[in-house]
Design a binder for this molecule. Sequence first.
Ligand SMILES: *Cc1c(COP(=O)(O)O)cnc(C)c1O
Length: 336
Amino acid sequence: MKDPITLGDILSARKSIAGQIVRTPLRPSASLSDVVNSPVWVKCEHLQYTGSFKLRGALNAVLKLTDDQKHKGVVGVSTGNYGRALAYAAQRTGVRAVICMSELVPANKVDAIRALGAEICITGKSQDEAQHEVDRLVATHGMTMLPPFDHADIIAGQGTLGLEILEDLPDAETLLVPLSGGGLLAGVALAAKSVNPAIRVVGISMERGCAMIESLQAGQPVSVEELPTLADSLGGGIGLNNQYTFDMCADLTDDFVLVNETQIADAIRAAYQDDQYVLEGAGAVGIAALRAGLIDNPGRTVVLATGCNIDMALHRRITGGENVDLGTAKGAGATT
Ligand SMILES: *Cc1c(COP(=O)(O)O)cnc(C)c1O
């Protein structure tokens, strides 16, 4: 049996990555508070280095490697933000990184990862297919595979966000957490509920293909079809052999909410126009749920704005008022 992840792991992660990440601000949002008639704060993790919270877990995991593992290098598979984070973390620590990704990952994300000094390997039509190449590199070169969410050190790293939120707002009542593989939610909820067991954690995903919610409903990890969505960073499965996040999300999540593409676009637009935040779709699903009235009795609410890595041409179309539907407009700029 694997050891469960504890608050102690999150506290050590925090010590380990301190000074190498941004302690992002928690800012009140007057516009969101008006919409829901409750005080709302935004945890501005879209301002994190590499443009998403994924750096926290990646850095914690790379720093915990042995010298031999560091010498042989790390390999990961990613829709973009995790690849960028792992590349950055490896570069900062002088470790070789190979990032494998599917052909569907948008060009802006691929270029950003390459610019961070990682070797890129583009293969297959899904994350699962890219995973085969990862397995080969592990078997033939002794590299260490660091997965994007289902790993104790990754989850502990993401949990540092929960510590920061509760430090800044000890009486927070509701946390709105974007949900895909569940590393973020598992870490944040564990940290937050260790400090305040009464806090409500809501996992938010897109209607188009939420693997975690479908898996929890099925009682076991299931595969879902990957569909084009504005929340492309929330695409992908949870792993049929899931070790941590499936159980942790089942135990630690109070509610699940799904948002549609129109609601995500509205949130990207509102974040930009009302609060001057550039958010990608995945980073805006919490705002989408609030604005759509999908959170009952929110109370003192913190919404996690998790990432900013959106194709800026797509962002301009959305904020310009265009009704962007990636499901019908092929090649519109975001994919799973
Ligand atoms: C990866 C990601 C998420 C979801 O994180 P999980 O740990 O996979 O649930 C949310 N928002 C952004 C911007 C991401 O990159």
